[in-house]
Each structure stands twice: as C-alpha cells, then as structure tokens.
Design a protein around this ligand. Sequence first.
Ligand SMILES: NC(=O)c1ccc[n+]([C@@H]2O[C@H](COP(=O)([O-])OP(=O)(O)OC[C@H]3O[C@@H](n4cnc5c(N)ncnc54)[C@H](OP(=O)(O)O)[C@@H]3O)[C@@H](O)[C@H]2O)c1
Length: 310
Amino acid sequence: MRVGVVGATGYVGAEVVRWLTAWPGFEVAAVTSRSQAGTALGEAVPALYDLDALVLQDVESLPRDLDAVVLAVPHGVGEGLAEVLDWSPWLVDCSRDHRHASGWVYGQPEWNRESIMGARRIAAPGCFATAVSLGLAPLVSAGVLRGPARVVAATGSTGSGVSPSRTTHHPERFTNLRPYKVLRHQHVPEIRGFLDGLGDAPAIHMVPWSAPVDRGILASILVDLNEEVDALAVFADAYAETPWVRLRQAELRLVRGTAFAHVDVHQDGEVAAVNVAIDNLGRGAAAQAVQALALAAGVPLLEHPLPLCP
Ligand SMILES: NC(=O)c1ccc[n+]([C@@H]2O[C@H](COP(=O)([O-])OP(=O)(O)OC[C@H]3O[C@@H](n4cnc5c(N)ncnc54)[C@H](OP(=O)(O)O)[C@@H]3O)[C@@H](O)[C@H]2O)c1
C-alpha cells in the first residue's frame, strides 16, 4: 500500500513513518508539513535521516494515487483535512476529531477487530484511552465490576506534541511530577464510549500525571469486583490470542518504542489493581494506527513487533 502521512514532522507523524517503513506491505509514498514543505524529511526529522528521498510537501499536492493517508495533526484539524482528502480509499485519523463520528470505526485492534476489518475510515484511539481501555475492557466484558474505576495515569512529555508550551516544555517537566486535568481529562468520555460497547461501562475517576520522562504511559486502575472472581484469569482469557497485549510487568522501559501493552493484574479479595504500560507514540498512537490500517486493508500483521530504537 502506498501511504501518505500528513503531519510527518510531528511526534506521531514521524513515528507513523517509522512504523510504515518497517512494516512489509506498506510504502511511505508522500509526507506533508505546512511549515517545512520543500525540505527533505530526513533533514526536518533527523531521526529519519535515512529517508532523505522523501521531501515534505503541502497536503493539497498529495498524489491522488495513494492508497491511504494517515492524519497525524492536532485535534480540530483532522476533520477538515478528512473532507479535503475524501478521495483517499483509506483514511486513518490520529486526532480525536473522528473518535465518535458516524461512518468512522474506532481503531482499537483487540476489541474492535471485526469492525476494523474492511473499514475505510478509522479513528485511532487516544494514548490514555488506549492504556485505560485495555485495563478495563476484560472486566467490563466479563461483567464483574462494581462501582467506579479509579485511575492514576502518568504520561511522558511527547504526549503534548512537538511544540513546547508553558506547562509542557523541558524545564517544567524535568525533575517534576504534576497532576493535571484532574477528574476532567478529555479521554474519559472516549474510554466510556468505547467500554459501553462491551458491557456496563463504569464511571471513571482519573488523575493524570505529567511525568519527567519523554515517552510512555503508565496507568494504575483500582476497581471493586462484584464477586470474588479470579481477575487474572479474566485477563488471561481476554488476551490469550492477542500478541500485542502481554500479561507482563507493566513498566515503561519494557515497552519503549514498541507496539506492546504490558498489563499486570493484582487482587485482594474483591479489590483488583490493574497496571498498564504502553509507549504513547507507539502503541498509544502510530503503531496502533498502522495496525488498524493493516487490519482494514488486509495487510499481514506484524506478529512480533520489535522495539524500534527511538
Ligand atoms: N503525542 C501523542 O502521544 C499522541 C498520542 C495519541 C494521539 N495523538 C494525537 O495525534 C495528533 C498528532 O499529535 P502529535 O503529538 O504528533 O502533534 P505535533 O507533534 O504537534 O505534530 C502535529 C503535526 O501536524 C502538522 N500540522 C499542524 N497543523 C496542521 C494543519 N492545519 N494542516 C496540516 N498539518 C498541520 C504539524 O506540522 P506543520 O505545522 O509543519 O504542518 C506537525 O507536523 C494529535 O491530534 C494528538 O492529539 C498524539
């Protein structure tokens, strides 16, 4: 598949290019940037120095023979661009603009696999949403939750995108740990909307933390169970056939640069604690978006996605 990447100079876009390049069956045929059109991708994004043959261009000049376009642009921009690029046979939007839109499929590959297969318009899930959804979906699907889920989740600085701001740039985050958007993070409705399709979605009370790391999300989820089920067995059953979710120690270092989600499950009577670690740019964005596109278009999946040394 010949794929175009819109926003290739951003953190997610560059990572989409990396995943497509490493994935047999895909070819990165075009890349865009408004601010650096005309510049070689390898010059604009030094980590992609091997890809100097790709030159950044405007969205408007993308070649019409592309099979797919991946949008890695800020929220509010994806919607308009999807209209402009409606000629593309497949569109994947990494922004949150289409996560609840009709005609678009929510690209959660473990639980929405059947809907994604054959879909032409895919909304890639958010990064916090990916981690928390993976930690709650087995329990919601099994119908064993009682009361709300309480979540504390730390994120790395790449989650805020390539442009520094007052609260997200290095001096503010380095050696610091700070709660933000407490009980009002925009991913909570997204998670509940997704879980609603699996069973009775619990209320979710979430405290996000801005952590002094560059990439990764570690979510700790506390729930009450409505009976003394074996929570670990519920997870082992749910993720028995899903190579990208591993019941292993949830630790950022172990998932860095990968498509894996590591989930560890603990239980004390009717209380369960579930920890989920993902790479926000990999499993939480680019790798998941490319996996959904592969599922949708029938490109063989990477069975063992290895770390890509970011
Ligand atoms: N970072 C994460 O961990 C993460 C995880 C999951 C989902 N997401 C979502 O993925 C999207 C991209 O995130 P990011 O962190 O990669 O952001 P980013 O680093 O700020 O990159 C955004 C990219 O979009 C381009 N862009 C901005 N406005 C544009 C416009 N009007 N038309 C075309 N291109 C435009 C920018 O380059 P030019 O200005 O040169 O065009 C840049 O390349 C966001 O919607 C974000 O919410 C991010």
